[in-house]
Design a protein around this ligand. Structure first.
Ligand SMILES: Nc1ncnc2c1ncn2[C@@H]1O[C@H](COP(=O)(O)OP(=O)(O)O)[C@@H](O)[C@H]1O
Ligand SMILES: [Mg+2]
Length: 350
């Protein structure tokens, strides 16, 4: 607050000085006034406050100082008799305005460039931090993967000692369920961190739908949500990596089931449009919160207490690897609607 006031003071002081030279009110010896006016120095001196105004306050500052000067020398310009463009005060006024405009524009552009550079530097520093964090987490995930595999193996063997009806079976079930969940999180995390290698082949769309519903059936039963597969006008086949596409569809179906109220249904429809096959998962849940349509695809963004925020980014990674898209919107009658669109043929593929 203090600095702009000082700067305004300096500009105002130089302005006052130049104007008092124009009107010869500064108590200078007559000879000196004569020299200043003969050399047009009183007019040249006006450039200084204009440039300072633009430098310190941008376009508005430059133009404001130029306008004040123009208004202040207007009575002098008015007194001149003769053709307009041989009127030195009028011509000089045009220069003032042009100078204010030009320096203001230059300073504003420079300032914008500086802010952009600062923003990019901040973003770069943040992404470097994130990359380092990502590498560290990937290392931890790798370390967790191996003992987790052993844990899962050992749990399966223990299953024989805790058959259905055993008083401790419930604890055993928790062990299996949580090991599986942890395994999925670690796998998803590792998948997200490396480039996807696709193994595309011609696969039957009906089979993809079947596998996807198999992968989500258990959760649907637990949540008492019915799953409906509608092949619609789907093509017979599509060239894609069936495991990855199934994984993406299962992620979408699981999210839809998790968001669905009991006794509602989740629908997976499939259709063909403009050389693409479109899989759409719709539910009757609360829908995507307004403004979160893109954020939900960011890794680790989750709206669920038990969520990891990896399902949607992985599904989108699968879509992009196929040259396709994945978007989530709310349906016209409420609920969310996610559409995974894949090209029918992969570019470069026969
Ligand atoms: N069908 C849906 N309806 C409402 N919100 C959804 C739906 N699918 C995803 N979301 C939102 O997007 C978030 C991220 O989803 P996801 O990446 O699969 O991670 P997670 O399921 O582990 O939370 C979810 O937590 C949820 O808030
Ligand atoms: Mg999910």
């Amino acid at each position: 607050m203090k600095r702009p006031l000082t700067q305004m003071g300096i500009v105002a002081a130089i302005l006052a000085l130049t104007l008092s030279l124009h009107y010869q009110i500064l108590p200078l010896p007559e000879g000196l006034h004569h020299v200043l006016h003969a050399g047009d120095l009183h007019r040249r001196l006006c450039y200084v406050p204009i440039i300072l105004g633009a430098l310190w306050f941008g376009l508005r500052g430059g133009l404001a100082v130029a306008a004040v000067l123009a208004a202040a020398v207007a009575p002098l310009a008015w007194r001149f008799e003769g053709p307009l463009f041989s009127n030195p005060d009028f011509v000089e006024t045009l220069f003032y305005l042009a100078l204010g405009l030009l320096t203001g524009l230059l300073v504003t552009a420079k300032e914008r460039e500086r802010r952009n550079k600062e923003r990019l530097e901040r973003e770069l520093a943040a992404s470097e931090r994130l990359a380092a964090l990502g590498r560290a987490s990937a290392g931890i995930a790798h370390e967790v993967r191996t003992p987790l595999g052993s844990l899962q193996g050992a749990t399966e063997i223990l299953g024989e000692d805790f058959p259905e009806g055993h008083p401790r079976r419930a604890f055993y079930d928790i062990l299996v369920k949580e090991c599986r969940r942890l395994g999925r999180v670690v796998d998803d995390f590792l998948d997200l961190g490396r480039p996807l290698v696709l193994l595309p082949r011609e696969c039957r769309v009906a089979e993809l739908l079947g596998h996807a519903s198999d992968g989500a059936r258990l959760l649907a039963e637990e949540r008492k949500v019915s799953l409906e597969m509608v092949p619609g006008g789907a093509p017979e086949t599509v060239v894609a990596d069936p495991d990855r596409v199934t994984q993406a569809l299962v992620n979408l179906l699981r999210n839809a089931i998790q968001a669905s109220p009991e006794a509602s249904s989740v629908t997976l429809t499939c259709s063909q449009s403009a050389g693409r096959v479109e899989f759409t998962v719709s539910d009757a849940g609360p829908g995507i919160p307004e403004g979160d349509e893109e954020r939900i695809f960011e890794p680790f963004f989750t709206g669920r207490r038990e969520g990891t925020g990896l399902g949607l980014p992985l599904a989108r990674q699968v879509a992009h690897a196929h040259g396709g898209t994945l978007v989530g919107r709310n349906g016209p009658g409420g609920g969310a609607r996610f559409t995974l669109a894949l090209p029918l043929r992969r570019e470069g593929a026969p």
